[in-house]
Ligand binder design. Sequence first.
Ligand code: FES
Length: 145
Amino acid sequence: MYTEKVMDHFQHPRNVGEIENPSGMGTVGNAKCGDIMRIYLDIDDNQVIRDVKFKTFGCGAAVATSSMATEMVKGKTVQEAMAVTNKAVCEALDGLPPVKVHCSLLAEEAIHAALWDYAQKNGIVIEGLEKPKSDIGEEEIEEEY
Ligand code: FES
């Protein structure tokens, strides 16, 4: 049911933990299952994501997508990190079962929430970034990939 990459990231998740005094932090809940994701970003003066960590009360698919998403944003600029969508993360994992796609939204939304926090604190604008929701509702999870 899960691809090898999903199993690998689930069993050996990358970047689990916290960052003290993060440049940005975002927490998002999934209204459907009640799972929660928190992302911490350490961003340098050139707006490059130096480090990223995540913590979750989430299912295996949420762990795997967050692990992959953190790997994908690390070393990128905050603007480049906007291209790390849940679709891109799912593709990098060679796909998720359709019923689990909503889990992958947690990672994207939490990264956006952390970027938003960083942008607010520093008075900058990240193109394409909208004010994050604290809960992912039903409407987004209808999307199909
Ligand atoms: Fe809640 Fe996957 S079932 S995030």
